[in-house]
Design a protein. Structure first.
Length: 539
């Protein structure tokens, strides 16, 4: 039986950098998710011919939301849903399943690296047949639907058991519960030399992977322990939990603290990595060494020939504007294409589909390639392990060699969190208005060479996007300002600070960037406008 339920719009369902992200309590309001799902379906023609993947990172409220998706999709006459067994699929594996099975898209329930649980966050990433998240014009169309919705359709079927692989129906819609691992693991096997990796992980090389109680625990167990032979127990926090066991599943120096402490202890393993809640982010650590995401991306690119899938060449690379320039130096040396896009993996999709690029990377702990249309935490780890297995060098030595060859972009991101939206908006618009006056101005040892908003003109669909403000200095240093699009608590100002040097290669980033951090405050007036004397988080 299909019911038509009368509803009224919620006015806060605009998608951010990566889908809809809300406090769980907000997402649990009556009709909230129903409105959003119906709004998505309202934008998709011929639903009776369409198939979608459904799954997520296992966070609180996902199971309830998945049942709603099944019933609303069925009421809207969707042809078929592929549901990940137990509702668990990583964001990269989801993209892989959509592409391999030529699905029309997916509803991936995750707020990524944001905390979970009743008091945490809930999220939904809507992917299309590209395997990646919807484009800005598509999210705009969905937003418009959310603002005028008056009813949604839902089946009154009882809840379904998602634990057994198999096929059943809800109304006319076919529902197939699928194994979320096989397609993804096969894809990894086709990219990397698993024999070489097996030899490394069964040697005396000490490897640790922290899944942070997110969805990549079972993927990590299967790939690193069962297939590649790492000792049992190499995968930490391997069971997906609704509240991530109280962890903030963001793989960085602050939130993956126990892993970082281990890697800086006397008993440090050779290599450690962590993923976020939905498995698209990665952090790489060596013994007493942290690889910044921008450096990691540059190093992977420089070593592309090591990987069987890329040995014949790569098209080019792209990074978000906020990411350091390290990879550009590699692209220039390799004479491959280089692109700079706004923050958000969706902006890489056109470049990948048009074969302009093969790899992409972001400062926000994301790296990936054209095998899927999302960033991929496990892919990055397998790539790093392949470099180590081939070169026989430590993580630190690999990074040092890279810096000796190319110089080093010292890099920090300063986050000012929980700012009132009006203040954050004012800060950005005032700063944008002041940008023209900054050119040739001197701040301590740094002189501004140019300052402008970052505007991206997509070479494929000719769309234009403005995202963030960039200040360039005469010595090549840069400061980028932008507001985060993934938070759920007021606004977060992100300030990305970068300085390129060729001599002092093993200094502390904090020290090298101390003066520039102060300059970033002076230029933006952040302290006066927010009352904060320093960033809340420095990564
Ligand atoms: C998402 C996007 C990334 C982006 C990141 C940070 O990652 O997919 O492309 O870099 O958010 O965005 P912001 O600076 O706006 O908070 P994830 O892992 O949260 O899906």
């Amino acid at each position: 039986m299909i019911e038509t339920v009368t509803t009224t719009p919620y006015t806060d369902q605009k998608m951010g950098t990566a889908g809809l992200r809300k406090k769980t309590a907000i997402a649990m309001q009556p009709h909230y998710i129903e409105n959003f799902l119906q709004s998505i379906f309202n934008t998709i023609p011929s639903l009776e011919t369409k198939s979608f993947l459904v799954g997520g990172d296992g966070r609180y409220f996902n199971n309830i939301a998945i049942q709603k998706i099944i019933k609303i999709a069925a009421a809207n006459k969707v042809k078929k849903l592929y549901i990940a067994q137990n509702g668990l699929v990583s964001t990269p594996a989801g993209s892989c399943i959509i592409l391999k099975n030529k699905l029309d898209g997916g509803l991936i329930l995750t707020a990524s690296h944001n905390p979970g649980g009743k008091n945490g966050d809930f999220g939904l990433k809507y992917s299309t047949s590209t395997g990646g998240q919807c484009q800005p014009h598509e999210s705009q169309a969905i937003l418009e639907q959310t603002l005028k919705i008056t009813e949604y359709k839902i089946s009154n079927a009882t809840d379904f058991d998602l634990s057994q692989i198999g096929i059943f129906h809800c109304e006319e819609t076919e529902i197939e519960i699928i194994d979320p691992y096989t397609d993804y693991i096969e894809t990894m096997r086709n990219i990397f030399d698993f024999n070489k990796l097996h030899a490394l992980l069964t040697s005396n090389f000490r490897f640790v992977f922290d899944a942070m109680n997110g969805v990549t625990g079972p993927y990590g167990k299967k790939i690193f322990e069962e297939i590649l032979g790492a000792p049992e127990g190499s995968v930490l926090n391997a069971t997906p939990k609704e509240d991530f066991g109280g962890l903030h599943p963001d793989p960085n120096l602050i939130y993956a603290k126990s892993l970082v402490d281990l890697m800086y202890s006397d008993n440090a393993p050779d290599f450690a990595a962590a993923n976020d809640g939905d498995g698209d982010r990665n952090m790489i650590l060596g013994s007493h060494f942290f690889v910044s995401p921008s450096d990691s991306f540059a190093i992977l690119t420089d070593n592309y020939k090591i990987i069987p899938a890329y040995k014949d060449g790569i098209y080019g690379v792209a990074k978000s504007a906020a990411t350091s320039m390290a990879v550009k130096r590699v692209a220039d040396k390799l004479k491959i294409g280089f692109y700079e896009v706004p923050t958000g993996w969706k902006y890489f999709i056109n470049l990948m589909d048009s074969k302009r690029i093969t790899f992409c990377g972001e400062e926000s702990f994301g790296t990936g390639a054209t095998h899927i249309r999302e960033k991929d935490g496990i892919w990055a780890i397998l790539f790093w392990l392949s470099i180590i297995a081939t070169t026989n060098k430590s993580v630190k030595q690999i990074a040092l060699d890279h810096w000796q060859k190319y110089g080093r972009s010292y890099y920090l991101r300063n986050d000012y969190e929980g700012i009132a939206q009006e203040i954050a908006d004012k800060l950005m618009s005032d700063l944008e208005n002041r940008l023209p006056e900054l050119t040739n101005k001197r701040f301590g040892n740094f002189t501004v060479s140019s300052a402008h908003p970052f505007i991206y003109n997509d070479p494929v669909d000719n769309s234009s996007t403005k995202n963030g403000l960039i200040v360039h200095f005469t010595d090549g240093s840069r400061i980028v300002y932008r507001l985060s699009g993934t938070g759920t608590n007021g606004a977060t100002l992100r300030v990305y600070i970068e300085r390129y040097v060729t001599d002092k290669l093993l200094e502390e980033s904090n020290e090298i960037l101390q003066e520039l951090s102060k300059v970033s405050q002076e230029i933006s007036h952040v302290c006066t406008l927010t009352g904060k004397q320093q960033p809340d988080i420095i990564t």
